[in-house]
Design a protein. Structure first.
Length: 116
């Protein structure tokens, strides 16, 4: 499967942005999908996941502000980000859990910058 993330950009603190992750080569409806991010000089960190049935989990730092969703008909994953903070600045990656419990297919990343 190939994952293509898009929707990143520059937003002011308190603003909103929606990321998309279009999948090709395989239907993603049966897989757990996730969003991760990596800030400059830091390790990549978990943001949110969504299971094949729609159940979701979130990092404490984004809970209540970000919403992960999927449109299986469009084979696309989304991340709606609201009330954004400068510390949300990072490259955001989408990923798929194709085999086992690890995320083993990754998109190329999209840069999100939140200005204060």
């Amino acid at each position: 499967v190939q994952l293509q993330a898009s929707g990143g950009g520059l937003v002011q603190a308190g603003g909103s942005l929606r990321l998309s992750c279009a999948a090709s080569g395989r239907r993603i409806s049966g897989y757990t999908m996730g969003w991760f991010r990596q800030a400059l000089g830091k390790e990549r960190e978990f943001v949110a996941t969504i299971g094949w049935s729609g159940g979701s989990t979130y990092a404490d730092s984004v809970k209540g502000r970000f919403t992960i969703s999927r449109d299986n008909a469009k084979n696309t994953l989304y991340l709606q980000m609201t009330c954004m903070k400068p510390e949300d600045t990072a490259v955001y990656y989408c990923a798929a859990q194709l085999i086992g419990s690890s995320f083993n297919a990754w998109g190329q990343g999209t840069l999100v910058t939140v200005s204060s």
